[in-house]
Design a protein around this ligand. Structure first.
Ligand code: AMP
Length: 282
């Protein structure tokens, strides 16, 4: 694996590779890597000629300064994991590389409705920050394929929208959420949970699965009401639990006859914010 810290060097290396018409897969991450990240790497390795992973904790996408301050950093372990998973290239930029001046931290992207609901509503400015860094990284790497996790479902819709404006040829592949044995969606933030909390956190996935299973017999409103009060009793602070159209995240509360329906949840467990989602109908 070759590690690049400067975009200029990475670009010139990739230029030589691309001259031979090799496809380039890109897996952007914020590090603290786990098996979920590696599943994206694996998918990229299987579908493209060269895989680039980036690790950069993007300050402008954190609407909560404490969340940024407490974000886990495990760079040495990350590099070992990437070596083991045969990653070809790791891009490790610093803040100056991504945001060379103040203006580059204040770009605006037209995301419309998508940044007004769910994560957009509860994390103001978050998706603008995501777009700033992803747009910058895509301009540097210029991959043919981009691999994203379903775990951050709304983020994947936002990035598809960004790509529609700025990176029209890019092929975006969404990789299913990898879970711990009890069903907890793998996440770098899980490192901030102790064993007991991790066990408790499995209730998010269990709740989504229960709603999915019970759907035919009960209406969403009642299922949601019961689920929210149960999770509150268990100690969760809930930002949202919603059902939406997967294509555009339009919130719905009727039993869906249509296809493409998804459940999404965000909740705090002892100050750690967790998100998850489950597709009800494809
Ligand atoms: P992050 O480092 O949290 O920014 O995540 C980097 C990429 O990994 C994003 O595309 C995430 O959606 C994806 N990802 C995070 N957790 C998982 C998971 N449990 N399963 C699959 N992909 C994931």
């Amino acid at each position: 694996m070759i590690i690049f810290k400067h975009s200029k060097d990475l670009k010139s290396h990739l230029k030589k590779i691309k001259a031979n018409s090799v496809s380039v897969g890109f897996v952007p991450t914020m590090g603290a890597l786990h098996a979920g990240h590696l599943s994206l790497m694996e998918k990229s390795k299987s579908e493209t000629g060269v895989t680039v992973c980036s690790i950069y904790v993007n300050p402008v996408q954190f609407n909560n300064p404490d969340d940024y301050k407490n974000y886990p950093i495990t760079l040495d372990a990350d590099i070992l994991l990437l070596e083991k998973s045969n990653c070809d290239i790791l891009f490790l930029p610093d803040d100056k590389e991504i945001y060379p001046d103040e203006a580059s931290k204040h770009q605006h992207f037209d995301l419309g409705y998508l940044e007004t609901v769910l994560e957009g509503e509860y994390r103001p400015g978050h998706f603008q920050g995501v777009c700033m860094v992803v747009n910058k990284l895509l301009n540097i790497v210029e991959p043919t394929h981009l691999f994203l996790g379903q775990k951050d479902f709304q983020q994947s819709l936002v990035i598809k929208k960004l790509a529609g404006y700025k990176h029209k040829k890019l092929k975006i592949i969404i990789v299913p959420t990898l879970r711990e044995q009890g069903g907890l969606a793998m996440s770098s933030r899980n490192m901030r949970l102790n064993d007991e909390e991790k066990k408790m956190a499995t209730n998010l996935y269990k709740t989504l699965s229960h709603i999915k299973d019970e759907f035919h017999q009960a209406n969403f409103h009642d299922l949601k009401k019961k689920a929210v009060s149960r999770l509150k009793r268990l100690g969760f602070i809930i930002d949202y639990l919603e059902m939406a159209k997967a294509a555009n995240l339009e919130i719905i509360d009727e039993a869906p006859k249509s296809k493409g329906i998804i459940l999404l949840i965000a909740a705090y467990l002892n100050n750690v914010r967790l998100i998850d989602n489950l597709i009800i109908t494809k």
